[in-house]
Design a protein around this ligand. Structure first.
Ligand code: CDP
Ligand code: CDP
Length: 213
């Protein structure tokens, strides 16, 4: 019996992990979960309902009853939603309420590809392949600025860089499931890689790691 193929992509904002995860998911015909979207949805609901990060029981209830039907809302991909996500993602009870769904998704019989911050460390420490995708903050900010400026022509690169630095710092220093590379993850630094080259590197890492198990 072949074991399920679980592939974990972790890393900081705009490192390219989501793009790489979807290519690999297609390659292996695996279901994919962008876990950032889940935290973005909770952060968005906090804002829309006028709650603060201190309204923990209400936020846990939002997390517990989250409904994926709203996930195609373009506002979730926006700049503010990234910041709201990072704020609620630092609350341990919110993380706990979102955990079971992610663990079950990762361990479905077909296997799965997930991208986020704590996939290789918390959600699927048993993943077949773990990639930690990163790049210099200035490069990541430029990539994210190129994505966001299409719908926000006045957006300044410096503001996106400041957002990314703040989020890196908060995500890495929180007590619950901080952004950190798993001991058995492979580091993929995409600072000097175009998207096609990054895809080739990711494909090779998955092939090699999978073959060695
Ligand atoms: O696409 P980008 O990397 O900018 O953000 P994202 O993956 O959508 O994640 C938004 C925020 O959610 C992150 O800054 C983290 O604070 C949080 N997050 C998390 O804590 N754990 C995850 N597994 C995924 C996202
Ligand atoms: O998921 P994450 O926030 O880590 O990043 P992403 O949304 O996959 O990538 C952010 C943007 O950078 C996308 O527009 C990618 O096409 C681009 N990118 C790039 O230009 N070069 C790379 N080596 C990786 C990503």
């Amino acid at each position: 019996m072949t074991l399920p193929l679980i592939i974990a992509f972790d890393g900081p904002a705009a490192s390219g992990k989501g793009t790489l995860a979807s290519v690999i998911a297609q390659d292996y015909a695996l279901p994919m979960l962008d876990t950032g979207l889940i935290y973005r949805a909770v952060g968005y609901q906090r804002e829309k309902r006028g709650l603060t990060v201190d309204n923990v029981p209400e936020l846990v209830e939002i997390a517990r009853t989250l409904d994926a039907t709203g996930f195609d809302n373009p506002e979730l991909r926006g700049r503010e939603a990234g910041e709201w996500a990072s704020q609620v993602a630092a609350i341990p009870q919110v993380r706990e309420a979102l955990k079971r769904f992610q663990i079950d998704f990762a361990h479905q019989s077909a296997g799965a590809v997930l991208d986020g911050r704590d996939i290789g460390t918390v959600i699927a420490p048993d993943a077949t392949v773990k990639l930690f995708v990163t790049a210099r903050p200035e490069v990541r900010a430029h990539r994210r600025w190129l994505q966001l400026v299409k719908s926000a022509p006045d957006l300044a690169y410096e503001d996106v860089l400041a957002d990314i630095r703040l989020r890196d710092e908060r995500d890495s220093s929180r007590s619950s499931a901080p952004l950190t590379m798993a001991d058995d993850a492979v580091l993929l630094d995409t600072t000097d890689l175009g998207i096609e080259a990054a895809i080739e590197h990711a494909r090779r890492i998955v092939r090699d790691r999978r073959g060695s198990k």
